[in-house]
Design a binder for this molecule. Structure first.
Ligand SMILES: Nc1ncnc2c1ncn2[C@@H]1O[C@H](COP(=O)(O)OP(=O)(O)OP(=O)(O)O)[C@@H](O)[C@H]1O
Length: 480
């Protein structure tokens, strides 16, 4: 029988002995194990006064920390203790056994040692245990990824995902609880507005409990999902986050609702330009926006390479709720002619829109190429509940489903849940948008109706704004 290598030859071939030996060599286990008896011996021999005073001081310090700095206490104490406990009492005792069972081991021909992925570090939050694994030569990342369903089964986790940190090192995330089960209310606006925050507007929460931040400046955003998936909650959460900027004239929104205003009408006042009935007018709006974009590009040429929204040159968001209606469902020859015009205008906007401060936000039930001709030009894709794996791959790109984007498994009971690819990360992140009722949307539209009568007809933007805005920073109290 081969031996199991854990760094040093130690307790023979029996895995249990190996496990115990491996744990005893780690200070994370040894210190508490030896510390408690040492303290007891000290107490018996020297008296309990000092240990009790020490314990009392520790308790007071921790209590003050917990009350005064809750988040820091949670991150630095609770999550660390939890990670320690989960590592040594949940994962470490079973890890060698699991790896062996799942075939994630290799035998070294020379020594006969059995090599298995080793736990290097464990991090825990309220809902995730993340294990950093050191893979021995011969065990590949994709083998670990293939073992995900079995790992999920073994750990009784809700979901498991694998992400590569660097060659030979992978994080395996065990999702133990789901913070996205509850409906999320819109996240409060920051105390001060800063146009740089357009790089990270909070729309809801991620699966790890952190805020879901969507970069809107410099991005074109495409949201797809079956009917009832909650696409409109992404749209309204975005407009909620943009509300103070819209009010202050730093952002203007143009809305196109080919479903006859069924969706966007609730927030009508937020839109600087709005079309809900006339398809010809919708095509014209997009064409005018594309012309406006060209003018803006000329205006900014040579002045700034990165766009900063101001009242003179506000950030323009073009919202299209249900792209499919415009690209494939317009009837007759006239409809096809309009669709072609819309496609060209969209191509112009998507191809050039980033630098001069234009973004397109479009939703669609389907993601096929005929529906979204310019799919690749949408830089941020948000995939909600979808019918099948093929749709997931079309929405988020090849391999996204294997990397964990299980859009086809999002239950109907969780509208607003989506998978999104975030910048710099290969693995999709599961998120949920905040939900706004019809009344809340109406209320928001009244609250954030733009101060000004900005008319975005080409570059002659004039602004009548009672607020004093220094170009970048506006007090939200004033803006809102
Ligand atoms: N983020 C959310 N949180 C909780 N419930 C939500 C959320 N989003 C949507 N819902 C619920 O799901 C229902 C359907 O959502 P919504 O209308 O946004 O879906 P949709 O994808 O836009 O559908 P359609 O394409 O048919 O317009 C809503 O009426 C609401 O009750």
């Amino acid at each position: 029988m081969g031996k199991i290598k854990t760094g040093r030859k130690a307790a023979g071939d029996f895995p249990f002995g190996r496990m115990v030996a491996s744990q005893l060599r780690h200070p994370g286990v040894m210190l508490p194990l030896l510390g408690a008896p040492a303290l007891a011996v000290y107490g018996v021999m020297q008296g309990w006064t000092r240990p009790l005073i020490g314990a009392g001081v520790l308790v007071v310090v921790l209590a003050v920390w917990a009350m005064r700095w809750r988040v820091s206490f949670r991150n630095q104490v609770i999550y660390r203790v939890k990670a320690w406990y989960r590592r040594w009492f949940r994962y470490a005792p079973r890890w060698w056994f699991w790896m062996g069972r799942l075939g994630l081991s290799v035998t070294d021909e020379m020594t006969g040692w059995i090599l298995r992925p080793r736990i290097v570090k464990v991090r825990s939050t309220g809902c995730i245990d993340s294990l950093l694994l050191d893979l021995p030569l011969g065990v590949r990342v994709d083998q670990v990824a293939e073992a995900v369903p079995d790992l999920r089964h073994a750990a009784k986790a809700r979901r498991v995902s694998v992400r590569e940190l660097e060659p030979g090192l992978v994080w395996v995330d065990f999702f133990t609880a789901d913070p996205l089960r509850k409906t999320i209310v819109p996240v409060p606006h920051p105390a001060r507005l800063n146009v740089r925050d357009l790089d990270g507007l909070v729309l809801g929460y991620c699966e790890d409990g952190t805020p879901w931040q969507l970069k809107v400046a410099g991005r074109h955003i495409f949201v797809c999902g079956v009917s009832g998936a909650g696409k409109s909650s992404v749209l309204w959460s975005l407009l909620w986050s943009l509300g103070p900027y819209i009010r202050a004239g730093l952002v203007v929104v143009h809305g196109i609702d080919p479903k006859g205003g069924m969706e966007l009408e609730f927030g009508r006042e937020l839109f600087d330009r709005y079309e809900a009935d006339d398809y010809e007018a919708m095509a014209e709006l997009l064409e005018e926006d594309a012309d406006y974009l060209d003018d803006r590009t000329k205006l900014l040429r040579g002045k700034a390479r990165t766009f900063t929204a101001s009242q003179e040159t506000p950030f323009v968001l073009i919202v299209i709720d249900e792209l499919m209606q415009l690209t494939v469902l317009l009837p007759g020859a006239e409809g096809r002619r309009l669709s072609a015009r819309i496609d060209v205008a969209l191509g112009r906007l998507l191809g050039k829109g980033r630098a001069p401060g234009f973004s397109v936000f479009a939703t669609s039930l389907l993601v096929t190429k005929d529906v979204v001709t310019w799919r690749e030009l949408f830089s941020t894709k948000i995939a909600m509940r979808l019918d099948n794996e093929a749709q997931v791959e079309m929405a988020l790109g090849e391999g996204a489903r294997d990397l964990g984007a299980e859009c086809d498994r999002i239950p109907e009971s969780l509208p607003g849940v989506a998978y999104v690819l975030q910048e710099g990360k290969r693995e999709p992140v599961r998120v949920r948008a905040a939900y706004m009722s019809d009344d809340a949307i109406r209320d928001m539209a009244t609250r954030f109706t733009p101060h000004s009568a900005i008319k975005s007809g080409r570059q002659d933007v004039t602004l009548i704004n009672p607020n004093t805005v220094d170009g970048e920073v506006v007090e939200s109290g004033e803006a809102a």
